[in-house]
Design a binder for this molecule. Sequence first.
Ligand code: UD1
Length: 345
Amino acid sequence: MAGKILVTGGMGYIGSHTVVELQQNGYQAVILDNLSNSKPGMLDLITQITGIKPEFINLDMQERDGLEVFFREHHDLEGVIHFAAYKAVGESVENPLMYYRNNLGSLINMLACMTGSRAAKHLVFSSSCTVYGQPEVLPVSENAPVKPAMSPYGNTKQISEEIIEDTCQASKKFSAISLRYFNPIGAHESGLLGELPLGVPNNLVPFITQTAIGKRKQLTVFGNDYDTPDGTCIRDYIHVSDLARAHVVALERMLKKQNKESHEIFNLGTGRGYSVLEAVNAFEKTTGVKLNWKFSDRRPGDVEKVWADTGKANKVLGWKAERGLEEMMATAWKWEVNLNEGLMK
Ligand code: UD1
């Protein structure tokens, strides 16, 4: 069996898929999560898919003492994949200190534990394409300038990357890979894992599936006057299982000492952009369910169009997204139907 890997936020949307991917590649996944945006039932669903129950510790990573005890008890960790963070853009504008305290405090505590412990010198960090703002050149490559953040949430991703960079410079044995995700959507093919938005979803696909199932009356498409072929925003949607696999590939790159720099950065997208209307159409076509939707004004802070240059991830990391938009929509729908039938109750 391959080594023991810590997944912080491993009960969440991308974290739970990554735990499955790790287990299916022979790794022993250990989950740290405070269940602030996830449910304990996730553990059983992971176990149902892989047949292996991961170790789970309920801990808030802002508690430095508790985290130190955890690292002392888990001195045989080979690496860490760090997801644990808040991620709602609007909430971060309303309550910036909560975002800075949690997202940066947890990261700093973890880096202090990692650099201070004998084990776990490799970190995979969950970053975002939000660091590029509206890029001048599309597709956007990792060399594009990082733009001033449009929200405290986005700023925590930028500052986190800088903190990780400085830590890699200061600590010779330490290495990290920051993965800048484009728009993760979809669910595990089994329909047993997916996104669990708290309250009214902010993101497009959970809003689509909740409207289709009848939890929401109508989907609002924000803006139809953008400079795009159909006037709606364009994003690079990527299947969460493709994304999860990239984390395992990134981790192995460091474990095998194949990384060229102590802190590397990769875009994770498909390289293909779809408009909001194309996403809506793909959902309707794949599921056969008609969506009730209307146009409204633009949502403040939205960028017009962004999609990834995936060349570096393809060539250097040796990873490529495989699943298309219809599979993303079909799996997201399967998950929503399962939730509606009481999967998490
Ligand atoms: C947002 C965040 C991004 C974060 C990501 C994951 C912003 C500017 N960006 O990405 O930093 O990493 O979520 O949490 O907030 N849309 C509708 N109707 C809806 C919802 C969305 O038309 O009800 C449109 C949006 O205008 C956008 C597209 O769908 O054009 C995708 O939106 P969303 O899923 O919220 O993701 P982003 O805004 O791209």
